[in-house]
Structure formats: structure tokens, C-alpha cells
Design a protein around this ligand. Structure first.
Ligand code: 5GP
Length: 206
């Protein structure tokens, strides 16, 4: 028998909100969790591996994939393209896996419009001061990039109300527990039911 399709989830939040750490923790906790590997035109950071953290491509390759309709969504962020290859996401969902898209808000809004069943989660931050501290603490970005990311954070926070859930990342373990609660509740939503029980009991008309 075919698996029930998994949940399509989106996790957004300002750069520095700790989305990446949350995703890692969710992947290690739950066997049926997967993350979509995005395609980007930005340069790899030290330690980032092609095909694991991102597919690092040229602008020409990215635009070719857009032309071939190979992306579920894409956006430009800080002068670079970022996008979600559609085929692997579709395959993982069909296999019954819960798939996380860790993407910024413009892309998330495109997926919300296409997929009403999307489980959209915004990762909140304790304060702007804390966000700035985390961004500078990374030590991998230039001052210019840090300032751009802070500016982007203001925009992203202004779009947070569009998401179905808000999860504060005050502590990673607690944030992951909250996300697990969301997943459990989402699986019980009527739109995901197969209606067998209701049919057996005669509550579903023909
Ligand atoms: P970073 O350069 O820090 O890895 O990512 C910058 C932003 O792009 C983050 O907010 C990240 O979530 C977002 N991002 C990563 N992959 C994608 C994608 O496939 N599509 C969109 N729209 N945003 C993405």
C-alpha cells in the first residue's frame, strides 16, 4: 500500500534566527523528516559542501532551471538567486516523508499560494539585539553583509503574520518540541483525513 504523503513544511525567519540549527536537530530526532537542498548562486561559505548544504550553481545554470520549470519557488536575496528544486521534494513527499523547506519569505509566500496544505512556520527571535549579536558572532560575514541581513530581518519580521505558526527560538530543544506539536496536530487535520471512518459510519454523502 502506498504511504500517506508527508507534510510539506516551510521554516522561515531572519538570518541568525537559528533555523539551520533547528532543522539539524529535527533531522536527527525524527527518522521521517527530510530537508530540501536548495540551489543558489551565492559562493559557498567555509565548510559548506555542494549537494549537501546547497547546490552551488552559476546564474546561467540557475536561469536554465527556471526556464525548464524545475523550481517549486525561487527568490533573489542579497543579490543571489535561491530556489527549491521541485522533483526531489515531490519524491520525498510521495515516500511519506515530512519535507522542510528552509527558505526566506518571498519564496515561502509563493509556496503558500501554490500549496494551501503548506505547514508554514515562522521562527521568531528573542530581540533584534540578540539577532545582531548572533550575526556578528558567526564571524563569517563582512560588515556590509551583516547590515544587509539586519535590514532583511526587518522586512522578514513584517511578513511573519502570513505564516500559520510562530515558534520562538529561545532554546533549540524547546523550539523543536513546539514544532513536533505542530506536526502532530497537522496530521489530524480534517483535510488530511482519508474519510474511511466517516464513510463507514455513513457521515460522508456521495
Ligand atoms: P544563506 O545565504 O544564509 O544560506 O541564506 C539566505 C536566505 O536564503 C535564508 O533566509 C535562507 O533560508 C534562504 N534560502 C535558502 N534556500 C532557499 C530557497 O531555495 N529559496 C528561497 N526562497 N530562499 C532560500
Amino acid at each position: 500500500m502506498a504511504n500517506k504523503p508527508g507534510l510539506l513544511m516551510v521554516l522561515s525567519g531572519p538570518s541568525g534566527s537559528g533555523k539551520g540549527t533547528i532543522v539539524k536537530e529535527l533531522l536527527s530526532r525524527y527518522e521521517d523528516m527530510r530537508v530540501s537542498v536548495s540551489m543558489t548562486t551565492r559562493q559557498p561559505r567555509p565548510g559548506e559542501i555542494d549537494g549537501v548544504h546547497y547546490y552551488f550553481v552559476t546564474r546561467e545554470q540557475f536561469e536554465q532551471t527556471i526556464a525548464e520549470d524545475g523550481l517549486l519557488e525561487y527568490a533573489e536575496y542579497n543579490g543571489n538567486y535561491y530556489g527549491t528544486p521541485i522533483a526531489p521534494v515531490q519524491k520525498m513527499l510521495e515516500e511519506g516523508k515530512n519535507v522542510i523547506l528552509e527558505i526566506e519569505v518571498q519564496g515561502a509566500e509563493k509556496v503558500m499560494a501554490k500549496r494551501p496544505d503548506l505547514v508554514s512556520i515562522f521562527i521568531g527571535i528573542p530581540s533584534m539585539e540578540e539577532l545582531e549579536r548572533r550575526l556578528r558572532g558567526r564571524g563569517t560575514e563582512t560588515e556590509e553583509v551583516v547590515l544587509k541581513r539586519l535590514e532583511a530581518a526587518h522586512y522578514e519580521l513584517s511578513r511573519a503574520h502570513l505564516y500559520r505558526y510562530l515558534v520562538l527560538n529561545d532554546e533549540v530543544e524547546a523550539a523543536c518540541d513546539r514544532i513536533k506539536t505542530i506536526i502532530d496536530a497537522e496530521k489530524l487535520r480534517m483535510i488530511r483525513a482519508n474519510h474511511t471512518t466517516l464513510e463507514v459510519n455513513g457521515y460522508v454523502g456521495t
